[in-house]
Design a protein around this ligand. Structure first.
Ligand SMILES: [Zn+2]
Ligand SMILES: [Zn+2]
Length: 146
């Protein structure tokens, strides 16, 4: 056993190795730090250091998980939740890009329910019902061109 002085804490320690820079405590601490740094790097730079089989940080719950496919962004437990979220997000983005919206008011007291039930019975969406109805009305009652 040789005596060394730890470069981190300055304590003397013994080691059987030829050269040792850090006492066992500090060595452990350094390992923890480098793991932490690695995880932080993953967090900041999520796409450039993604290798299969390596730990990644789940963007939903923040827990580490092992990367099994290139597109994986969340741990197994969060997968379903995340997929649904993405679906809803892309649906509403698609809707916002493709459609304008207008608000239609109907009388209180069952009018809305009546329309919803009618659309359901006809197997169309309430939106389709309105658009179809309006277009049919316009076809039947065109603006008079003078
Ligand atoms: Zn030390
Ligand atoms: Zn998760």
């Amino acid at each position: 056993m040789k005596k060394f002085v730890c470069q981190m804490c300055g304590n003397e320690f013994e080691s059987a190795a030829n050269r040792a820079s850090y006492c066992p405590e500090c060595r452990k601490q350094r390992q923890r730090d480098s793991t932490k740094r690695y995880i932080e790097r993953l967090r900041n730079d999520n796409d450039s250091v993604r290798r299969l089989g390596e730990p990644q940080i789940c963007i939903e719950c923040g827990k580490p998980y092992i990367l099994l496919s290139g597109s994986q962004k969340v741990c197994d437990a969060c997968r379903k939740k995340h997929e649904n979220k993405m679906k809803i997000k892309s649906n509403s983005e698609h809707r916002a890009k493709t459609y304008d919206s207008c608000i239609v008011y109907v009388k209180k007291g069952g009018e809305k329910q009546r329309l919803i039930e009618y659309a359901k019975a006809k197997n169309i969406s309430l939106n389709e019902l309105f658009v179809t109805a309006v277009n049919e009305y316009i076809t039947k009652h065109p603006l008079q061109s003078s």
